[in-house]
Design a binder for this molecule. Structure first.
Ligand code: 13P
Length: 251
């Protein structure tokens, strides 16, 4: 059975002391009730060690927001999957649209990152999603399918089974414009069908597919009620524990 997951993506927000305080608050708040889903926070590289020191990963899992597409060596400023894993982190977001758009990440570099993440025992949260023009010109299903095929379908079924997918329509990220629950459900069902075509129904049914893009306490329950939406990848609303808890409680 696939898991329901609510994951925060802090992006480039909070200083280390602010991030440590937020993580502690999230962990304490989660201890106050029984969450009906897994909860993960993905934080800047600088925050991984100090945050790991103050949270209980049985309560809230820890992840990075990226990792390098090389194992080690002369890549100034990069952080490898092995380094991320050595902090105690268990997850890594890969292929976020902001990385594809602003840092030129391609399917080829993402295949390397996914392979290195898996080799180092990290669970990739692999992001896909169309831009507004592709939503409007009707090519969104093909665009998202190509991102999955090109980025992930080199994997064995066993390795694919370790991936979490996050559908994030780029036009809904940070814009306050959420995909309607029906739009999101249609895409999630499409993604599951694409996976089933390649790896079979069982693998498809076991894959967690999260929705991301202006997800907040007021719309999370409606989105998560859809049969193929298995949780959320949360940007802005993960930066306040009360908002994040509001989304966790939608399950
Ligand atoms: P917002 O929730 O701020 O729209 O961001 C979504 C996102 O990009 C999560 O990865």
């Amino acid at each position: 059975m696939r898991k329901n997951i609510v994951a925060g993506n802090w992006k480039m927000n909070t200083t280390v002391p602010e991030g440590v305080a937020l993580a502690k608050q999230v962990c304490d708040d989660l201890k106050g009730f029984k969450a009906n889903c897994d909860v993960v926070i993905c934080v800047p590289f600088t925050h991984l060690c100090p945050v790991n020191d103050v949270i209980d990963q049985a309560v809230v899992g820890l992840g990075a927001e990226n990792c390098a597409d090389h194992k080690s060596g002369a890549y100034t400023g990069e952080v490898s999957a092995a380094m991320v894993a050595s902090t105690g982190a268990k997850y890594v977001i890969l292929g976020h649209s902001e990385r594809r758009q602003y840092y030129g990440e391609t399917a080829e570099t993402l295949r390397e990152k996914v392979a290195l993440a898996l080799e180092n025992g990290l669970t990739p949260i692999f992001c896909i999603g169309e831009v507004l023009e592709e939503r409007e010109n009707g090519t969104f299903n093909e665009v998202v399918k190509a991102q999955i095929v090109d980025g992930l379908f080199n994997l064995s079924a066993e390795d694919f089974g370790r991936i979490i997918l996050a559908y994030e329509p780029v036009w809904a990220i940070g814009t306050g414009k959420t995909a309607t629950p029906d739009q999101a459900e249609d895409m999630h069902a499409h993604i599951r069908a694409v996976i089933a075509d390649k790896y079979g129904k069982e693998v498809a049914e076991n894959t967690s597919i999260l929705y991301g893009g202006s997800c907040k306490p007021s719309n999370a329950a409606e989105l998560f009620a859809k049969p193929d939406i298995d949780g959320g990848l949360i940007g802005g609303a993960s930066l306040k524990s009360a908002d994040f808890m509001g989304i966790v409680k939608a399950f």
